[in-house]
Design a protein around this ligand. Structure first.
Ligand SMILES: NC(=O)c1ccc[n+]([C@@H]2O[C@H](COP(=O)([O-])OP(=O)(O)OC[C@H]3O[C@@H](n4cnc5c(N)ncnc54)[C@H](O)[C@@H]3O)[C@@H](O)[C@H]2O)c1
Length: 174
């Protein structure tokens, strides 16, 4: 299958788990990949694994924190500079956060989880949508969770942030 031949796909959280697996699958179908993650070693591992099976794959890696708007802006710009466009964006980086009762969850941990899982997804959409509106095409897939449609015990930050991702996604029409 070559469904993604010449397509440029940007993935956050490409250094592990769902992001790394999606990257491998997309490379197998011909995509050019721009992978962003906080974890530099994880990115290198994903790249190495893909190149082992697909030596001609075009892969650009960027170490960045999605919770920082200026870093998101940078990796979106860098992707366009490298590949000329963004056909698809897998807005996927996220963390589970610590488990605790809401009253004991703590402001710092709540802010940490929300800043990555929700602010990070918002910053990604904000910057990539500008590129896609200009291009006149493009697709975005945001990773939420079952925790985005119902409560998950002892995970206030996760449930609140993932409900936010579902809301953001529903709210992103014209
Ligand atoms: N695995 C599951 O069962 C499951 C279920 C529902 C939703 N999810 C969601 O799927 C997404 C991917 O999760 P996963 O299971 O692959 O986890 P994972 O931990 O394997 O991968 C997440 C990646 O995101 C990166 N990351 C974390 N914080 C970051 C930041 N601030 N900036 C940039 N990169 C950052 C990590 O370094 C890691 O490489 C997450 O949004 C997660 O909430 C996962």
């Amino acid at each position: 299958m070559n469904r993604f031949h010449e397509k440029v796909v940007l993935i956050t959280g490409g250094g592990s788990g769902l992001g790394a697996d999606a990257a491998k699958q997309l490379a197998s179908e011909g995509a050019k990949l721009s992978l962003a993650d906080l974890n530099k070693e994880g990115l290198e591992e994903t790249k190495k694994t893909i190149l082992k099976d697909f030596p001609d794959a075009a892969i650009h890696t960027i170490t960045a924190n999605v919770a920082h708007e200026e870093e998101v802006s940078s990796f979106v710009n860098e992707t366009v500079k490298t590949f000329g466009k963004i056909d698809a964006f897998f807005n996927n980086a996220g963390i589970e956060g610590k488990q605790n009762l809401t009253e004991d969850f703590g402001e710092e941990e709540f802010n940490r989880v929300v800043s990555i899982n929700l602010n990070g997804v918002f910053f990604g959409m904000m910057h990539v949508l500008k590129v896609m509106r200009k291009q006149g095409y493009g697709s975005i897939v945001n990773t939420a969770s079952v925790g985005g449609i119902r409560g998950v015990g002892n995970q206030s930050g996760y449930a609140a942030s993932k409900h936010g991702v579902v809301g953001l996604t529903r709210n992103s029409g014209k």
